[in-house]
Design a protein around this ligand. Structure first.
Ligand code: 13P
Ligand code: SF4
Length: 328
């Protein structure tokens, strides 16, 4: 997957005299490429992207795109999902080292064993997984549609949910289900401190705490609103509250500020002192320079084994169909 050749291209020197925004724009037009960026990218990448969205929106746009090249400014599983949906397109990510601790917490062979050990269960996997995990999955979900997709199964259906234990247990609580959970987590969302958020709440009693369901239960339980990245953004636009404590990756605050310039957004503190823990170090590997190089050299490219792809596409398409039916 990761070759020395592709790493070399990622870090190739960028000519000093060019305007990166203009150069990226020109290359994208010349090559009929679209740039899809997740909300956790840096502000400059979000600003130049054709589309900015959460994991569900990125998959939906990729599936519908007429472009020849899709540049996924996000992490590896997002590029892989786009490639699974669009095998005939060239799919690029600016930095192929942009992995995901949550996807890594669910190795495909171990997950396949877990599934085998629980026959008769329907397997629901979060999109933050490798193609090989999706290949042993019945339906993929994102944080935007997980609750509705779980609820679309009759209450007595035995379900496995992987890999995020926090999202899985949140959905168990709000739906009254008893899904078997894989024991994985995201290192960014797990590190928020309920005690420090509580202290901030006492300092700003009128502020709303808004939280991604990948966070630990203690954080979710002291929150005023819980939702996916896109749901948190929508909530900040609709709410009349002026100040928000944001417990998710801080990249989304860029769009929150753009949409609501008069409101204040405070990144929620972590349980460690003095770190930028609410920034995903994988997401932040992508830079404007690497985005430029990736369009210039059309590398690094995502490839998925065709046998795995044919199995993995089914649960992703099933998710897209259910989401469309539910108007998500
Ligand atoms: P969403 O994009 O579904 O909110 O997921 C958050 C995330 O951690 C993506 O990596
Ligand atoms: Fe993965 Fe967490 Fe980074 Fe999202 S924020 S890409 S779940 S490590």
């Amino acid at each position: 997957m990761l070759t020395n050749q592709s790493i070399g291209y990622m870090d190739a020197p960028v000519p000093k005299d060019i305007d990166l925004r203009e150069a990226i724009d020109q290359l994208r037009k010349e090559k009929n490429a679209v740039i899809l960026a997740h909300y956790y990218q840096t502000g400059d990448i979000q600003d130049i992207a054709d589309y900015v969205g959460d994991s569900l929106a990125l998959a939906q746009w990729a599936a519908k795109s007429q472009a020849d090249i899709l540049v996924l400014c996000g992490v590896h599983f997002m590029g892989e999902t786009a490639k699974i949906l669009c095998p005939d397109k060239k799919v690029l990510v600016p930095d192929l080292n942009a992995g995901c601790s949550l996807a890594d917490s669910c190795p495909a062979p171990a997950f396949a064993e877990f599934v085998k050990a629980h026959p008769g269960h329907t397997v629901i996997s979060y999109v933050n997984t490798s193609a090989a995990v999706k290949a042993v999955t019945d339906v993929v979900v994102t944080s935007t549609n997980a609750r509705q997709i779980v609820e679309s199964f009759p209450v007595d259906t035995p379900l496995i949910f992987g890999p995020d234990r926090n999202l899985g247990s949140y959905i168990n609580r709000v739906t009254g289900r008893n899904m078997l959970l894989w024991d994985g987590a995201c290192h960014v969302h797990e590190q928020f401190s309920a005690e420090k958020i509580q202290a901030l709440k006492e300092r700003y009693p009128e502020a709303e705490v808004i939280t991604h369901p990948e966070c630990k239960r203690a954080v979710v339980e002291i929150s005023d609103f819980v939702g996916s990245t896109a749901a948190l953004l929508k909530h900040t636009i609709k709410s009349t509250t002026q100040r928000f404590i944001v417990a998710t990756e801080s990249g989304v605050i860029h769009e929150m500020r753009k949409q609501s310039p008069d409101k204040e957004f405070i990144p929620a503190p972590s349980d460690k002192d003095a770190c930028a823990c609410n920034e995903c170090n994988y997401m932040r590997l992508n830079t404007m320079e690497k985005l430029y190089n990736c369009l210039r050299f059309e590398m690094p490219e995502i490839f998925v084994d065709e046998e795995v792809r044919k199995k993995a596409v089914k649960p992703i398409l099933r998710m897209l169909e259910i989401s469309e039916r539910l108007g998500l």
